[in-house]
Design a protein around this ligand. Sequence first.
Ligand code: HEM
Length: 494
Amino acid sequence: MILPIAIVFFAAFFILFIQPVLVYFLDKKHLRKFPAPAYAGLSSLWRISHNLRRQHYQAIHNAHQQLGTHVRIGPNHISVSDPLAMNDIYGHGANMLKEGFYDGGAGEFRNLADARVKAEHQRKRRMLAHIFAQKTIVSLEPMVRGTITALVEQVDKHAADERPINLRRYMNYFTIDFFSQLVYGESLGCVRRGNDIVTAETKDGKVYQVPFIKSLHEAMIMNTALAIEAPLLPITKKLFKWHPYARSGLDYENVIYHKTSKRLQKPEAQDDIFAKFMKSMNSDPGMPIGEVLAECSVLMNGGTDTTAAALTNTIYLLYKHPATLRKLRAELGDAIGDVNLPSYDQVSQLPYLRACIEESLRLRPASSMGLPRIVPKGGRVIAGKFIEEDVTVSVPTYTLLRDPQAFDEPERYNPDRWIDGDREKMSKAHLPFSTGPRACIGRNIAYFEQLLVIATLVHSFDFEFESPDFKLEIAERFNSNPGEMFVTCHRRSQ
Ligand code: HEM
């Protein structure tokens, strides 16, 4: 008994302490020439510890501010904070594949976001691309308006009862309801109930209730923290199976399983994304049910968490800046008059509304983390510096969106920069949805939701924070999630 324990201890000691030192000093990939904060060049624990504190983006940002554009943030990872690197790493011709990091949340079947093999990704992207094309999205207007109506009713109720409303939660309830309708043809009803408690179901038929947001967030912490040290995932995933956050991951998957099983019992034609999956399941070769579950899972995750953050951030910044709010209200007043629920046609071309949304995506990006890719054979020059093959590289989104060469006074909230600034210069760095073949597929839908929800709330309601010095937290898991945001609300007299 003592011998196996000793072997496990020695193996762990070697992996954690001896091997990183050997790799560091042998420096086969010539990475020691890149500056690194603290012990980041020796061990992934530097990034993991910042990730567990939910402030990974800030640590990377500070490192770039102190050390320059090319920074070693892990034993095999160079972060490059330069707009040129976006094309070098993520552009169509770059041919850099997603790194092992994306195995963190992957199950037996890959989804669109965690597929790492190019051909597999292209097949999936082709299947889903037309669903998220602008033309299709405009047809979703009745669905989104129904959910906005429910949201407005809730804000009115809170106003009538003089009860503060946690807008961060309601923005998330909104995106969950909208996306469950979009994917499964049926809302999860979170906005109307005022909570995110939904039904989950295990594969052996046990049905139970779970909080959607907590399950997803805890799963994201676990997956991201372990994925940072990707080569160890086959071991760490097993080691941490007992952890409550791993259980939360199962809860989230069981929510998807329940919705999927219910939807499969209604094979009659419905106008939802699932109908497209059913068609693929019935074709030859049929799409396996495991893959359907994986795609539903990523859509309910990517489609809800990021947009909820973007909506919350935009409202926060607007109500923190009364002059900007007044200017936006003037634009909305001219465009929609005394209409309570504007149409997409009325708001889609409003320049100041769009400017406020862009500025919020820039200053408080929902996705802040550098998205890791592998340098292909032969190595590559990235933003002017040669990096060897098989090194992981990324562009830190949070830092890129504050690039002082692209944005004047980058820390300042200034939507006007999108009206009278140098848009061409800014667009090279303003990439909150990434770029190239793996850029966000849901970008159009995210703008569509934001234009309608922000216009409606700003036009109809006054919100007041708990205190004038209220600051909205950012907690980065994989996405950067805003903290709770309680406000008192009143109908505006227009
Ligand atoms: C403000 C809202 C959003 C932001 C800031 C955002 C950001 C991003 C970013 C940065 C990526 C690249 C991820 C990577 O390379 O690992 C991405 C990919 C993706 N996003 Fe979004 N996203 C948003 C909304 C949405 C929505 C509404 C959906 C729903 C369909 C969605 C689904 C996806 C999917 C499936 C991918 C993977 C695409 C691929 O690899 O081909 N996102 N998103």
